[in-house]
Structures are given as structure tokens and as C-alpha cells.
Design a protein around this ligand. Structure first.
Ligand SMILES: Cc1cc2nc3c(=O)[nH]c(=O)nc-3n(C[C@H](O)[C@H](O)[C@H](O)COP(=O)(O)O)c2cc1C
Length: 443
């Protein structure tokens, strides 16, 4: 088995995937709005040789639960939601190898501006930037940005296809390689090799010269996280890395297999995309210590915050349901794969609303692996064998404790089993992820 990729899953907010845990005395999430926390985290993740940090983002409050944002405000469930991009240069300044996968929604910002910000970040990080391409799933964001509601689920992907066509042309075709001369006589750049890109479609109209000169990677590494049939079609055309989430290997495995088939149908190799599975590790020096930690963490979970998050992800107002009611598939304009996770993806498992709230209370929709470093390393190996994923996107219960434990207790056990690298590869984020014959190992 190839060494796993490991990503840290985080967000510029007080409550990302573990509602209520900000109240734990050892948790530092409350410091999310100041740089020292993020600088400490960046250094920590790099010490653990993490391939990257995946910064989630939403552009509106979770207001599906009870039809208002009061639950999100009270619990801090992904609210406040500060801008993730602005963290990147600071974290890049204290690291040399960590990658940055930043979520940005293409539904509300023209490709011209998006292209500029990612190119700027690719320059400033010296080629370590990735873009998690999302279309958003909250109507609250659409209303805040001047629409009455978000586009319908599949229409969002039609729009996204067109958007990608426009933005990649800005990155690839506006500035030719070698256009920048920095020649005191011939000039800074060659006007014959810098081009205006014209894109006109039912959705977008753009006549633009890209405002940035070519960056180390040319364009960010493209991440994607939608798993519906349309989401996977989109990934098969554009993604280099895909994030998946599901509560069990029997839910995630078929999804990964379908994605690999979609890649083949799109003319790409089935392993041309790196798939990372959401998971949370609760670790102790002994199995008993890990179990004690989990029950301690559980005592801080905020059930209302869990229902608020779940309502936003699935597009269903759970306040209208009893906790012992069965969750059934309903077609909504929020996340299709998120809905399937707890309904028809695994017919052998029935979930009540209360079960789901309890499950997502620690680490969101992914599995929670509890045990010593060795035990969790074995669970991860089993999960990867059963699902065919390339690595894990690690959510946290406590910040930074969950990541410190992963680095001190889990990483060495993975390394001993040959399941994790012992040094970073050289090069840009894309070269580190996909290999580069010219790359050599760096400490
Ligand atoms: C692990 C994971 C992380 C995600 N992070 C974000 C995010 O930060 N912001 C966002 O708007 N959507 C996020 N999504 C949602 C997806 O981008 C997508 O909109 C959603 O899964 C619905 O697409 P689907 O119906 O094709 O599955 C995430 C999904 C997964 C599985």
C-alpha cells in the first residue's frame, strides 16, 4: 500500500466540525480570529509532514434549522466565518512545505477576480496553493449576495463547468510562458505574448487580460468535494484531489469506485486523482486513555449545534422532527451525497435524527477512530483497503490537541508500517502530490 496523504481539515471559525468543543478548557478555537493560533498550527502541521491544510468556507449562516440563524449564532456553528484566504500568506511565511487547499465558491465571484487572488497566493506561497472548488449549498449566502435563492443543485454544476472553462483559460492562455522578460531594454514583459481572453456564454461574459504574471504552478491544484453523480462528473473533468466523507467504509468505498470509473469515462487514469477521506482520530498513549478522552470530549458536544450543521448540509429543518424519527432521503438543493450518507447509501444501517446528531457532534460526517496510535494506524489501513482512498482529511475535536496527538502518537506508527512519508518531497504542491522526476527529498 502506498503511503497515505494527510491533510488537516480546518476553518477560520470557532466551530468547524465539532460543535460545543470550543467550551473545553484545553481548546484554543476561540483564538481563531488572531494569527498566533494559525502560526502555531501551521508549524505543527509541517512538523507532522502534513501534505496540506484544507480550509473550509461558507458564505452565509446555517439558517435551515428552525428557519433562522439563531442556533448557529448561539452555538458558533461555522459562525463567525472569517475569510480563509487571508490566513494563507501568514501560514506560508512560517512554513516551507505545507500545502494550502482553500475553499472558494465560484457561485458568487467572477472568474476574473478569483483567478487573480489564486495566482497572487500561488506567487506568495511559492507554488503551494490549491483551490477547493465549491458551488455552495446555503440559500443564506445566495440571499446575502443579491439572489432570491441559490441555483438548483444540478444547475450549479452547469454553471461551474462554464466557470472552469473561463478561469482556466485566464490561467493558461493569457500569459505565454516566457512572456515576462525583466529586460531593461526590451521591457518588463513582451506585449506579443500576453493575450486578452474572450469568453461569452449563457452564464458569463468576460474580455480580460489576466492581471497576474504566470505563477509557480500556473494554476492552483484543483480540489473538489461533491460526490453526487453530477459532482463526480465535474470532478472527473477538473479535479486533481477529491475530498469524500461518509460514516462507514461501506458508504465511502462505492463512491470512490464510481469516481474512479468516471475518471476512466472522462479519458483519465483511475488513479489520476488523489482521494482523501474525512476522519477524526481520538488518540491516547493507551486504548483506555483514548476512550476516556472521547467520553470527556462527548460531554462538551452541543447537540443543537450538531443539528444546525446537519440541517445546513442536508437542507432539512430537523427542528420539525423528533430525535427518534428515522432519517429518510429527501431531494433538496443542499448536499446530495451528505443526504445519502445517512439514508440510502448503506441500506443495512438506519439512522434516527438523534443518531446523526450524535455522530456529527465529533468530527462531522466521517468516522471517529479511537485508540492508541498503533490501533488507529491499523484502522486507517483497513479503511483505505476497503475504500481505495489515497489518504485522510483529519478533522479535530480539540484544537490543537487533536493534531498534536496525531503527530506525536499516530504519525510514528504510520511511518513504522510504511504508511506515511518520513520527509517532504521537493517542489510545488502539485509536484509533491503527483511526483516529479526532478524532485529530490528535502528535510
Ligand atoms: C469533506 C467535505 C468538505 C466540504 N467543504 C465544503 C466547504 O468548505 N464549503 C462548501 O461550500 N462546500 C463544502 N463541501 C460541499 C461540497 O463542495 C458539495 O457542495 C456538496 O458535497 C454537495 O455536492 P454533491 O451534492 O455533489 O455531493 C464539502 C464536502 C465535503 C465532502
Amino acid at each position: 500500500m502506498k503511503p497515505f496523504l494527510l491533510n488537516a481539515f480546518a476553518m477560520n471559525t470557532v466551530t468547524h466540525q465539532s460543535p460545543g468543543l470550543w467550551r473545553h478548557p484545553r481548546d484554543r478555537s476561540r483564538e481563531f480570529n488572531r494569527l498566533p493560533l494559525w502560526l502555531d498550527l501551521a508549524r505543527l502541521w509541517e512538523r507532522g509532514l502534513f501534505d496540506g491544510v484544507f480550509l473550509a468556507d461558507v458564505l452565509g449562516p446555517y439558517d435551515v434549522y428552525s428557519g433562522n440563524a439563531r442556533g448557529a449564532v448561539r452555538s458558533g456553528a461555522q459562525l463567525p466565518a472569517h475569510d480563509p484566504m487571508l490566513l494563507v500568506p501568514a501560514m506560508a511565511a512560517v512554513t516551507r512545505n505545507l500545502g494550502f487547499g482553500v475553499t472558494a465558491s465560484l457561485s458568487y465571484e467572477p472568474p476574473y477576480l478569483m483567478a487573480r487572488r489564486f495566482s497572487t497566493l500561488d506567487h506568495l506561497t511559492e507554488g503551494r496553493i490549491g483551490w477547493n472548488v465549491v458551488t455552495s449549498y446555503l440559500d443564506s449566502a445566495a440571499r446575502a449576495l443579491g439572489m432570491s435563492r441559490q441555483r438548483a443543485h444540478d444547475d450549479r454544476y452547469d454553471f461551474a463547468e462554464d466557470y472552469m472553462a473561463a478561469i482556466t483559460r485566464l490561467w493558461r492562455d493569457s500569459w505565454e510562458a516566457g512572456a515576462v522578460l525583466t529586460d531593461p531594454v526590451r521591457g518588463y514583459a513582451d506585449p506579443d505574448r500576453v493575450h486578452v481572453i474572450r469568453h461569452k456564454s449563457a452564464f458569463l461574459s468576460m474580455e480580460a487580460l489576466h492581471l497576474c504574471e504566470p505563477s509557480p504552478q500556473g494554476m492552483p491544484v484543483v480540489y473538489q468535494a461533491g460526490s453526487s453523480p453530477r459532482g463526480q462528473e465535474f470532478a472527473a473533468r477538473h479535479a486533481e484531489c477529491v475530498f469524500v466523507s461518509g460514516p462507514s467504509a461501506s458508504v465511502v468505498g462505492p463512491r470512490v469506485a464510481r469516481l474512479r470509473q468516471s475518471l476512466v469515462a472522462a479519458g483519465r487514469a483511475p488513479d489520476s486523482v488523489k482521494v482523501l477521506s474525512l476522519a477524526t482520530a481520538i488518540l491516547g498513549a493507551t486504548p483506555a486513555e483514548a476512550r476516556d478522552k472521547l467520553s470527556d470530549y462527548r460531554s462538551y458536544v452541543d447537540p443543537e449545534g450538531a443539528l444546525v450543521l446537519m440541517a445546513g448540509w442536508l437542507g432539512v429543518d430537523w427542528s420539525e422532527y423528533r430525535l427518534d424519527q428515522k432519517v429518510r432521503f429527501i431531494e433538496t438543493d443542499a448536499g446530495r451525497a451528505a443526504m445519502e450518507n445517512f439514508t440510502r447509501a448503506d441500506p443495512a444501517r438506519e439512522w434516527t435524527v438523534g443518531d446523526v446528531a450524535e455522530h456529527v457532534g465529533i468530527g462531522g460526517a466521517g468516522p471517529v477512530f479511537v485508540g492508541s496510535g498503533g490501533q488507529v494506524a491499523e484502522r486507517m489501513r483497513d479503511w483505505a483497503e476497503q475504500t481505495g482512498v489515497d489518504g485522510f482529511n483529519l478533522a479535530y475535536a480539540l484544537l490543537p490537541e487533536s493534531f498534536e496527538d496525531a503527530i506525536n502518537l499516530l504519525v510514528p506508527e504510520l511511518q513504522t508500517r510504511g504508511l506515511y512519508k518520513t520527509a517532504y518531497a521537493a517542489g510545488t504542491l502539485r509536484q509533491k502530490l503527483f511526483g516529479d522526476p526532478a524532485a529530490r527529498e528535502v528535510a
